[in-house]
Design a protein around this ligand. Structure first.
Ligand code: SF4
Length: 440
């Protein structure tokens, strides 16, 4: 998602500088993880679609294959949808697989040329993909978070500040998030936005449960969700006496989303696409297996998840390339654990505890996707993360919110652990499972 957003931002710059119509060639250079796992992560496809003016929330995922085939056959793409230029992936999309010292691990540079001077860049822009679809334009100061937090009534930079604000104003974490969000949009707009997110998550689970076949990319991984769905819906009576059968459903929801993600389907980035199955799986669990759940409960869940996710984004990272999978599956698990606790009526301290447990037991989790594809271990790892989130919430709800390690501390530890982690385990597919597959 980050690369597509970067392409969108680059097109905007071309428009603002009145260059768009004069561009005769565009070159994209990818560095670090983007180059090493870009093909497996479908970064190339995202970039080509982005240059054609597609955006992650609007793109019709059913048309991607034909649009891609057309670009590859004709060796031309329509810049911003209506300005055709020649484009050859072999020469215009360059993957720099050697690490460059001091460079962010997810760096992409866009360069545009015009016929006026085909050898001198008319515009070049470097973007960093910082996780969860967020990008940072090199040379720009101030993050979106910093700009927003100066306007809201309850600004916070840490979990401790969130707890203090909740205590001081006698509000829940979801209420705090809602009041902050009201600075930017109406109650109705917030509701509509949250319900839209939930609808996309449900559609994704449904599609994942119905779509059979082999996932693309060459690993020959078979989609498991449809068969699991069939077996759960046709389950015989004795199996229903299995007290843990709820876990099978949680696994199903996560597998369905992550198989869709691996196939290039539409998912909600939460907080990243690789970890997109955990929050929908826990939300489906909430809706299906917990009492008295309404649309409002779902909204409360999402608001609290956003607060927790923002703490990681601000104080550590949600990028596998920066801190390993603890920043993706670990953060999603923490967000889901805290959000579930809030949705089930937990106190702010219990929410904070659940979120902390969700991360504490993901510390050190490496990112080592086989062949750079977001399939193994990613798909199953989301199922494990969802189950862990539910257990973290249950542990917290059984206590009184008092606990040993604070959420702020675990976020700091996660960041430091990520910094200590070898680059082999940070979305480069050069270590761990990615290089230790035994053939049988
Ligand atoms: S191992 Fe984790 S961080 Fe790496 S691609 Fe898979 S889900 Fe993302």
């Amino acid at each position: 998602m980050g690369p597509m957003r970067a392409a969108e931002a680059f097109l905007k710059e071309l428009q603002e500088t009145s260059l768009l119509r004069r561009v005769s060639r565009v070159q994209i250079d990818l560095y670090g993880s983007l180059a090493l796992t870009g093909l497996g992560h479908q970064t190339d496809i995202a970039l080509l679609m982005g240059l054609q003016g597609e955006t992650p929330d609007q793109i019709d995922t059913n048309t991607v294959a034909s649009k891609l085939a057309s670009i590859r056959e004709s060796k031309r793409l329509a810049l911003n949808g209506d300005h055709p230029i020649p484009f050859s992936e072999a020469t215009d999309l360059v993957m720099h697989r050697r690490a460059v010292k001091g460079m962010h691990p997810n760096t992409m540079r866009f360069t545009a040329f015009t016929d006026d001077d085909p050898n001198t860049p008319a515009l070049d822009a470097t973007f960093l993909s910082i996780g969860g679809g967020f990008i940072h334009r090199e040379g720009q100061t101030g993050t979106a978070h910093q700009k927003c937090s100066s306007k809201v009534p309850y600004p916070f930079t840490s979990a401790n500040e969130v707890l203090q604000l909740c205590e001081q104003h006698q509000i829940s974490i979801n209420e705090l998030a809602l009041r902050n969000e009201l600075t930017f949009r109406s109650r109705e707009e917030i509701r509509t936005g949250l319900q839209r997110i939930w609808t996309v998550m449900q559609e994704c689970v449904e599609k994942g449960c119905q779509t059979e076949g082999i996932l693309p990319g060459g690993l020959e991984v078979e989609r498991r969700a449809p068969a699991l769905y069939q077996s759960l819906t046709q389950r015989s009576a004795p199996m229903d006496r299995d007290a843990l059968c709820v876990l099978d459903w949680v696994d199903l929801y996560a597998l369905a989303v992550n198989e869709e993600n691996a196939a290039g389907g539409r998912v909600v980035t939460a907080p990243t696409n690789g970890a997109a199955g955990i929050i929908p799986a826990v939300l489906h669990y909430l809706q299906r297996f917990c009492p008295d759940v309404t649309d409002e409960t779902i909204e409360r869940f999402l608001l609290t998840a956003a607060v927790i996710g923002s703490l990681y984004k601000r104080n550590a990272s949600i990028s596998g390339a920066e801190v390993g999978c603890q920043g993706e599956v670990g953060v999603a698990c923490s967000m889901a654990a805290g959000a579930l606790t809030d949705a089930l009526g937990g106190t702010p301290h219990q929410v904070e505890e659940a979120a902390e447990i969700g991360m504490e037991h993901n510390l050190g989790l490496t990112c080592d996707p086989i062949k750079g594809l977001v399939q193994v271990p990613c798909i199953e790892r989301n199922a494990m993360g969802a189950v862990k989130a539910i257990n973290a919430s249950r542990l917290a709800l059984r206590g009184d919110g008092k606990h040993f390690v604070s959420l702020d501390r675990v976020i700091r530890v996660m960041k430091r652990t990520g910094a200590d982690m070898s680059a082999r385990y940070k979305e480069t597919s050069r270590g761990g499972l990615a290089v230790n597959i035994s053939e049988c």
